[in-house]
Design a binder for this molecule. Structure first.
Ligand code: GDP
Length: 216
């Protein structure tokens, strides 16, 4: 991707934006939480999974996307719930909360368990359409983000990068990070070119992200 493309604005038609909104306004309900691989439900519907470092703003983003407040629980306790959570959207697709990575330096075995479960899921899930990799706008791409992207690439799982908490930066700083992230992911064939700057708090970027995801 060229530098220009990396920082180019995202554009969607009015129809695409409307479809995105319609899609994500459908009923969204918790289906299952899996703490071990054997608990992962049978693949029945197309899935979009959300992954990110702890405290990246993943719960807030899932809530904002689906017009909810408490669907995915926002929390300041990193890694409190070691689960893959499945939410059904409109009976048509699953949203999958992979909870966090880069968690629990205090418990090696938990990290391994989590690593194994997430790896099994990502490697074998035939219904997985896309992983949304969340990156904190203030921090940009970290080594653990690259690790997960390399893993996704090696499994040939398409992924899209969403920058969270954009309201914490001014627009110049945000544009710089946007560009750097776009350049940083250009080495991964499985990455979509678009990088979505968002703020769950201010609802920035949500219509575009809904349009993109509903169009997959
Ligand atoms: P998770 O651990 O990745 O699920 O992250 P949470 O959604 O629980 O968010 C972690 C912290 O970041 C919470 O204190 C949120 O209120 C805050 N946060 C999340 N999204 C935003 C955002 O868009 N803007 C701002 N300013 N804070 C956010």
């Amino acid at each position: 991707m060229s530098e220009e493309e990396a920082s180019s604005p995202l554009s969607f038609s009015a129809d695409e934006l409307k479809q995105g909104e319609r899609w994500f306004r459908q009923d969204c309900v918790f289906v299952a939480g899996a703490a071990t691989t054997s608990r992962i439900p049978e693949p029945d519907l197309p899935e979009i999974a959300f992954a990110g470092r702890s405290n990246v703003g993943k719960s807030s983003l899932i809530n904002a996307l689906t017009f909810r407040k408490g669907l995915a629980r926002a929390s300041n306790t990193p890694g409190r719930t070691q689960q893959i959570k499945f939410f059904n959207l409109g009976g048509q697709m699953n949203l999958v909360d992979l909870t966090c990575y880069g968690y629990a330096v205090d418990s090696k075995s938990k990290v391994q368990e989590w690593g194994q479960m997430i790896t099994d899921y990502l490697r074998t899930r035939e219904t997985l359409k896309c992983v949304v990799v969340l990156v904190d706008s203030r921090h940009g791409l970290k080594p653990t983000d690259h690790q997960i992207m390399q893993m996704l690439d090696s499994f040939e799982v398409p992924f899209v990068v969403v920058m969270t908490k954009g309201d914490k930066l001014n627009r110049y700083a945000l544009a710089d990070v946007h560009k750097a992230v776009g350049e940083g992911i250009s080495v991964y064939p499985s990455a979509f070119d678009q990088v979505f700057p968002t703020s769950a708090e201010k609802q920035h970027g949500m219509p575009e992200l809904r349009a993109f995801l509903s169009g997959l």
